[in-house]
Design a protein around this ligand. Structure first.
Ligand code: ADP
Length: 151
């Protein structure tokens, strides 16, 4: 079974993430959206909220699962028996950053990282921009799937 994980903070999930996920789902038998828990990060949305937004977005897609994890991504891959890590590339800065991580992960655990280029129409979207729009009262709904609701 070809199983991949798509790791990230998803704080919150955006239309950039959903573009990568819906295009990648055809490449794998199972895709686990893996929400990382990093105690050094200050999140806008709680882990439960982030997980609920992702789960609701893909509730009708049986190949997609949502899980949370702590620690090294490669260790989580081994725990769930995944051979691939999926990442999205938006720009050259993403590439430089992701290149070092992908080499490290292959060295540590022989995990292959699969990169998809973002669709042009969502390549500018990032969770940090969405959080900024939310904080300042802007219309965040045009940047995120419908499941993302700010209370
Ligand atoms: P991280 O904290 O790991 O950067 P993110 O939730 O920001 O977590 O991103 C998770 C993954 O989604 C990364 O591979 C990132 O490149 C990708 N991604 C983020 N925004 C977009 C976008 N607009 N289009 C495509 N991929 C994206």
């Amino acid at each position: 079974m070809r199983r991949a994980i798509f790791p990230g903070s998803f704080d919150p999930i955006t239309l950039g993430h959903t573009d990568i996920i819906t295009r990648a789902v055809t490449l794998f038998d199972e895709l686990i959206i893996a929400i990382g828990v990093n105690s050094d990060k200050n999140y806008m949305f709680s882990l439960e909220e982030r997980k609920a937004f992702v789960a609701k977005t893909f509730e009708n897609e049986p190949k997609i699962k949502v899980m949370t994890y702590k620690g090294l991504t490669v260790n989580f891959c081994q725990d769930v028996d995944a051979d691939f890590i999926l990442r999205g590339l938006r720009n050259p800065a993403d590439f430089e950053f992701e290149k070092a991580i992908a080499h490290t992960n292959r060295k540590l655990a022989k995990i292959e990282t699969v990169f998809l280029l973002t669709a042009a129409r969502t390549s500018y979207i990032s969770s940090s921009i969405v959080r900024d729009v939310i904080r300042n009262g802007g219309d965040y709904t045009v940047l995120v799937p419908e499941s993302v609701q700010v209370k």
